[in-house]
Design a binder for this molecule. Sequence first.
Ligand code: NAD
Ligand code: MG
Length: 392
Amino acid sequence: MIGVTVLGSTGSIGISTLDVIARHPNRYRAVALTANRDLEGLYRQCQQFRPDYAVMADLDAAQKLEQRIRDAALPTTVLAGVDGLETVARLPEVDQVMAAIVGAAGLLPVLAAVRAGKRILLANKEALVVSGRLFMDEVERHGAEVLPIDSEHNAVFQCMPAGFQQGLEQVGVRRILLTASGGPFRQTPVEALEQVTPAQACAHPNWDMGRKISVDSATMMNKGLEVIEACWLFHTRPQQVDVVLHPQSVIHSLVEYLDGSVLAQLGNPDMRTPIAHAMAWPQRIESGVESLDLLQVAHLDFAPPSLQRFPCLGLAYEAIEAGGSAPAVLNAANEVAVAAFLEQGLRFTAIPEVIRRTLEVTPRPDGEDLTTLLEIDAEARVRAERITRQLV
Ligand code: NAD
Ligand code: MG
């Protein structure tokens, strides 16, 4: 039996992960499930999967869950807070950790899993964007294994030759091509973007996802974070990572070789494919995803992304070029701006403005140790909040 901890089990990726686990009861066991404060969601999952542990980041919610678990005589121990998340990320009976918490909040638990040498199923791209070099160094040091869940990086992983960890030149790869749907505003007149609402931004044409990543897809910051993610996962420079708009979301990404060959991975837009791939790798298992009907798809279209329409993509390229902790500042500012767009009436077009200004004013002391990165993340949030207040 393969033991799995699902960090963020009540979210979109978490639910898809549990769907795959439920299809293979003799192969996988959910050892620990976690959520922020979705008490009902986590309780129902405990009833269905009877995990050894359930963790709620929110202390109050954890107490309530504990009472419910006791009343129902379930075999689950309830833990709370970041400590609890870290504990279940490194349990000896856990082989794989699905990192599906949204945002930099997932950093400490995923690092705990890395340091315990687990197979990391990495959906939480923000954790890697914030801690890039440190994360990859720790993976190496502790013999952990990282398998990408993000559909693009999972596609790239599937198209990469063995030994890519030595560097792309050595294995004959010329470049990586990340596909992007362009989100709900691909064709909206640029002048109209100022007025778009959170509901419109969260209505993604192809994927059903959490609200934060949905807004990131609408601004294309999601693709920017993915460019940074690709640089770390595939040991490459931003110049070798290109982005192409592909509105059907059927080709999930491509790898171009020196001889001109281009390999692509295709499939229906359903996250259970990359999840099942990463969980079973190097084997293959059923995921519940329907066969791809190419006749139904009929057309595959491609276009260049416009940096005028999607300034966040340009900001992300600039941050990874700048290196050091610039991506951590970019990510923190983006998290603040997206939350303000969703909850405080910040205009959609002010999101890149908050990020640009935060990058300008946040000091970035040298050092990429964890303490420094967490301090920079916190400082960037304070400054981004101040800038946001001026813009709402
Ligand atoms: P979501 O909002 O649906 O779920 C987030 C999960 O994290 C929930 O279980 C929530 O309870 C938990 N969580 C939130 N804040 C937390 C905190 N402070 N502490 C502890 N737990 C917390 O998000 P999602 O769409 O499932 O995305 C999760 C991650 O996967 C993100 O990093 C996203 O970028 C990445 N991702 C998602 C998709 C997708 O299709 N949804 C695709 C690729 C990558
Ligand atoms: Mg993606």
